[in-house]
Design a protein around this ligand. Structure first.
Ligand code: COA
Length: 697
């Protein structure tokens, strides 16, 4: 073992059974010391005549959760995982993996190379490498299908989904499940195996299961749609096909070679960046790790509109009792009905049982009376987006809530400081900005106001995680981060229409880039009335060109409200597929004529650059202003909020890869073409380029 390593594997013999305990917090990742320690354990087993079997068990919250991601960018130190796996596979005495928590990636591969696998009934199992743009490289692909069949194995390898212990027992992944005391149970299991003769079982000796003709091609087609732009799920299918026709050792070598190639691939680098960025985003500036979040037992949602309903469902789903505060009977009963409808549709789609939906409804307490908020720990305010209305609600909340209660506004663009100033305890005020539909969208922009207390910031972060969101802390800024950047992309998309592009050309370029939907098809979904109202609200702050760029208003005035009226930027038939409409071309031509704008050919490159660089430049300003703490936070926001393709790592990661000098040059080009006020490079970009640095240096 390397002298620099801390010892993370301890060995102890109990009777005929050697027990290797891995203790490498926080998740027992397969750092060098763990790999080396387990090789030592196998050697100890083989060399000790008294030892007849080995149990591998882990301390702490989980069995081995995979390779140590922090070691990926460093030179590989032997023994690599494959060497350990090979030693386990060849071992002449039985080895038993005893699993709890999450046995993931290389952790599961170790278990697959053991003779036997036992686990706690709460344990979960998975090969999540694909989520990092990787694939298992040490036997996951060559062993798992042999053990549980191709279909089950491919689902785990290509989608990275986890299975529970009950399922794992059924499929043959596990030999035994125990309710508690894993260590004692695993020891007893091992003693029994020894008593029965200590049989060895090698997964590598199992026959390759047959694959139904057409099965793999069907999976390729399915994954191309489901994992648009991602390489690893497709390569997973290729490797499963390869393992089915290749001798074990050769297949294992090819599996490893592919994994090594993938580690160096741009897609994996981007996805690993996002993994780290999501975790870094949870560390909040000015909130030391020892700051304890406040205890949240009961939540209230003020305002049972569309957003309020979705927000209430997020908390109900996570098991919180929710008080739903309405302004009048009609408003409240509509809200309750809306929540019931969403839960019922979850039942219809098989996402939850009727009992679970009923139970959640029983945790909802509708009220019109602020006096019912006396025991509430957190209120999410989601009333009408109007400062006076919100201030009025804040004043009433202030009077009704206990001193410790947090008031989090879901405002999209109002000034949070003005709201904080309207209560007696501004330190309890923050923002929790959800995205529509709130019960579906993963992103949660938490907003810190000037006086928000550190434990309030810690609380909204931990609560955000508990309700299954990806929380990112942002600061005061109009539209915060996600919408402020989106508004720049929308501006350029509109200007590009004025300059001569068509909605379908722009949508094609952006969905071709990897967004799930183009901006105009998306606007048709949201509704032109909604888009026109949003434009009206922001009109005063716009430049003269933006104010005059009223295509949205013209479409709305023509009754083209989008999908709901069968026409918007596109025409919609019964299949709801957007079709280009000559009437829109005419409307755009008339608009250009009215504005005296010449139409020119717009290249796809110009569309992409103007739409995306406008966002990157705005993000750089946001960082400069301190409204986002780091470029990685912007990447997390855009990949979770507005479908930025994950394999491109987020807008800042993408721009950084292009190189900031190139980004700056493009911004200067569009400054000259579109206007300085739209594309002047942000100070941050100027200074980083001058210093020869990138966003992450
Ligand atoms: N290698 C190194 N560090 C890891 C790690 C890994 N494979 N998996 C998690 N960690 C670290 C996280 O970065 C985090 O560190 P931090 O506290 O400094 O931010 C810490 O362990 C806790 O992880 P977190 O994800 O916040 O905890 P959780 O309880 O929500 O989830 C897991 C635990 C194991 C389910 C989750 O971390 C996970 O899915 N990890 C990745 C597993 C994986 O992909 N393995 C295959 C790698 S090829």
């Amino acid at each position: 073992m390397n002298e620099m390593d801390i010892q993370t594997v301890t060995l102890e013999r109990q009777g005929a059974v050697l027990v290797a305990t891995v203790d490498n917090p926080p998740v027992n990742a397969l750092s060098h010391s763990v790999r080396a320690g387990l090789v030592d354990a196998v050697e100890a087993l083989e060399s000790d005549p008294q030892a007849k079997a080995l149990v591998i068990v882990c301390a702490g919250r989980t069995f081995i959760a995979g390779a140590d991601i922090r070691e990926f960018n460093k030179p590989l130190k032997e023994p690599r995982l494959g060497v350990l796996i090979e030693r386990l596979d060849r071992c002449e005495k039985p080895v038993i993996a005893a699993m709890h928590g999450t046995a993931l990636g290389g952790g599961l591969e170790i278990a697959l190379a053991c003779s036997y696998r036992v686990a706690l009934e709460s344990a979960r199992f998975g090969l999540p490498e694909v989520k990092l743009g990787l694939l298992p490289g040490s036997g996951g692909i060559v062993r798992l299908p042999r053990l549980i069949g191709v279909e089950e194995a491919l689902a785990m390898i290509s989608q990275g989904n986890q299975v529970d212990a009950e399922h794992a027992l059924e499929t043959g992944l596990l030999d035994e499940v125990m309710a508690d005391d894993l260590r004692a149970g695993a020891l007893a299991f091992a003693e029994r195996i020894v008593a029965e003769g200590g049989a060895i079982r090698r997964t590598s000796d199992l026959p390759v299961p047959t694959i139904e003709p057409g099965f793999l091609d069907a999976k390729r087609a399915e994954f191309a749609k489901k994992f648009k732009g991602l390489d690893a799920p497709q390569i997973a299918v290729d490797l499963v096909e390869m393992m089915s026709t290749t001798p074990f050792q050769e297949a294992a070598a090819r599996e490893y070679a592919t994994c090594k190639e993938l580690i160096a691939s741009p897609q994996s680098q981007a996805l690993r960046h996002l993994f780290a960025a999501e975790r870094a985003a949870l560390k909040i500036d000015g909130v030391p790790a020892e700051v304890e979040p406040r205890e949240i037992r009961t939540v209230a949602v003020a305002g049972p509109g569309v957003m309020g309903r979705g927000i209430a469902i997020c908390f109900l789903n996570a098991g919180y009792p929710v008080v739903l505060l309405g302004k009048d009977e009609e408003n409240l009963s509509k809200g309750v009905g809306g929540i019931r409808k969403i839960l019922e549709s979850g039942v219809k789609r098989g996402r939850m049982t009727q009992e679970a939906a009923d139970e959640q409804m029983s945790h909802l307490t509708p009220t019109l009376d602020y006096a019912d908020l006396g025991a509430v720990d957190l209120v999410v305010e989601a009333v009408t987006e109007d400062l006076a209305t919100k201030k009025d609600v804040f004043a009433r909340l202030d009077a009704a809530l206990p001193d410790r209660a947090i008031i989090a506004t879901n405002t999209s663009f109002l000034d949070i400081e003005a709201l904080a100033s309207s209560v007696t305890r501004p330190e309890n005020v923050a923002g929790m900005h959800f995205f529509n539909p709130a019960n579906v969208m993963k992103l949660l922009e938490n907003v810190r106001a000037g006086r928000t207390a550190p434990d309030v910031l810690a609380t909204i972060t931990s609560v955000g995680k508990k309700i299954g969101k990806v929380p990112v802390m942002v600061g005061r800024s109009e539209g915060f981060v996600a919408n402020r950047m989106l508004s720049k992309r929308s501006r350029e998309a509109q200007f590009l229409l004025e300059d001569g592009a068509t909605p379908q050309q722009i949508d094609k370029v952006l969905s071709g880039f990897g967004f799930p939907i183009g901006p105009f098809a998306l606007a048709d979904l949201a509704g032109m009335d909604v888009m026109a109202a949003a434009r009206k609200a922001r009109l005063a702050g716009m430049t003269p060109r933006e104010q005059a760029c009223d295509i949205v208003d013209k479409l709305a005035a023509a009754g083209r409200l989008g999908q709901k009226t069968g026409a918007g930027y596109y025409l919609y038939g019964d299949d709801r597929k957007p079709q280009p409409d000559p009437a829109v071309d005419e409307l755009l031509a008339a608009h250009r004529a009215e504005r005296g704008l010449p139409q020119r050919e717009i290249t796809d490159e110009e569309i992409l650059e103007r739409c995306l660089y406008a966002m990157v430049n705005e993000a750089a300003k946001i960082i400069d202003e301190g409204a986002a703490a780091r470029p990685g936070d912007i990447d997390v926001i855009w990949t979770n909020g507005f479908g930025w393709p994950t394999h491109l790592g987020g807008p800042m990661f993408w721009a950084n890869r292009i190189g900031l000098p190139n980004v700056k040059a493009a911004l200067e080009k569009y400054s000259a073409l579109v206007g300085e006020e739209y594309f002047r490079p942000a100070n941050l970009i100027e200074s980083l380029v001058a210093e020869g640095r990138g966003f992450y240096d």
